[in-house]
Design a binder for this molecule. Structure first.
Ligand code: PEP
Ligand code: MN
Length: 347
């Protein structure tokens, strides 16, 4: 249930409404919008409370939300969520490009790729230090050392950093070194991990499980939001279908659907979404046309020798730079701005 307050309701009145709600043994979650405040009621609210609120001053409407997720829904939070990190806004007017290798390999590799991401106009450096591999004998990532290598490269070149975290125990160390934590497709329903991410404020990029519905993705986001971390972005990275030509089927419709159902920023991953380098450019552009707030794209200086199997989907640096130059022209037609020549970010 949500309570839409009247635009004249004072801070004090809103505080009283929260007290009234919480007296009924449920939690009130306040979301301040441009001209009015919405109070979300988390938990089973008794019908008497709804009736009482309807007749209380300062309340314009009491609406029952039938969806299983509440805080993630647009009903609860009509305006777009904009996540602000050191001067970069995700979910706002500017398109955000995250680029980098599948895995951090060496200090030289990540430093050079960071330089190229920055030169091309990207804002965020991606790279996995802990890799979720299908087989136990494959390269599993360089671990904490990789987090440090990436943090140094990001700082040196003026980029934010994003890295994957796989277990609750590693959340703190990953959050210490990276600006954004990625939950990979295989962990979208790792509820202990989601709960732990709800206890911190570090922004989280939550990838859609490769067999998950929109509803399941939004409920996974709800775990993090309900824990108290409002900084969640959703990522479409392709789902498993009968088609085997591509590694996954990038579900482009997910982008406008998630934007309709939720206020959270939506990021597209055309690299894992297709698994083929030659498809990254068209699917990046299609994602921007579909309304994505940002992209996460794999790029490698030596993709043929990358330590994960993802070299085949990684762009070469010149392809990455050309694509971002094209995005500068395309974005304004799709309601976004993107500038390849940026001011240094505030670190
Ligand atoms: C990755 O980003 O390298 C990755 C493993 O992604 P996903 O979880 O989407 O497969
Ligand atoms: Mn990868």
């Amino acid at each position: 249930m949500i309570v839409i307050t009247s635009n004249k309701a004072s801070e004090e009145r809103i505080g009283e409404l929260v007290q009234l709600i919480e007296k009924h043994g449920v939690k009130a979650h306040v979301s301040k919008g441009e001209d009015r405040t919405v109070i979300g009621i988390i938990g089973q609210a008794d019908p008497v409370l709804a009736e009482q609120l309807r007749q209380t001053s300062g309340v314009e409407q009491v609406v029952k939300i039938s969806k299983s997720y509440k805080l993630a829904s647009r009903d609860f939070h009509p305006a777009n969520t904009v996540i602000k990190i050191k001067g970069v806004e995700i979910g706002g007017d500017e398109l955000v490009v995250m680029g980098g290798p599948c895995a951090v390999e060496t200090p030289e590799q990540i430093d050079e790729i960071a330089r190229l991401v920055k030169a091309a106009g990207g804002q965020v450096l991606r790279g996995g230090a802990f890799k979720p591999r299908t087989g136990p004998y494959s390269f599993q990532g360089v671990g904490v050392e990789g987090l440090i290598m990436m943090a140094e490269a990001g700082e040196k070149h003026g980029l934010l950093t994003i890295t994957e975290v796989m277990t609750p125990e590693y959340v703190d160390v990953c959050a210490e070194h990276a600006d954004i934590l990625q939950v990979g497709t295989r962990n979208m329903q790792n509820f202990d991990l989601l709960r732990k991410l709800g206890t911190i404020q570090t922004p989280v990029l939550l990838k859609r499980g490769f067999s998950s519905t929109y509803d399941e993705l939004l409920n996974a986001a709800e775990y993090i939001l309900a824990g108290g971390n409002p900084n969640v972005m959703l990522c479409e990275r392709g789902i498993r279908t009968f088609e085997s030509y591509t590694r996954n089927t990038l579900d482009l419709a997910a982008i406008p659907v998630l934007k309709q159902l939720s206020h959270l920023p939506v990021i597209s991953d055309p690299s894992h979404g297709t698994g083929r380098r030659e498809l990254v450019e068209p699917m990046t552009k299609a994602s921007v046309a579909a309304g994505a707030d940002g992209l996460i794209i794999e790029m490698h200086t030596d993709p043929d020798n990358s330590m994960t199997g993802d070299g085949v989907q990684s762009l070469f640096p010149d392809q990455f730079a050309k694509l971002l130059a094209d995005l500068e022209k395309l974005s304004p037609l799709c309601g976004k701005t993107f500038n390849t020549k940026k001011e240094p970010i505030l670190v």
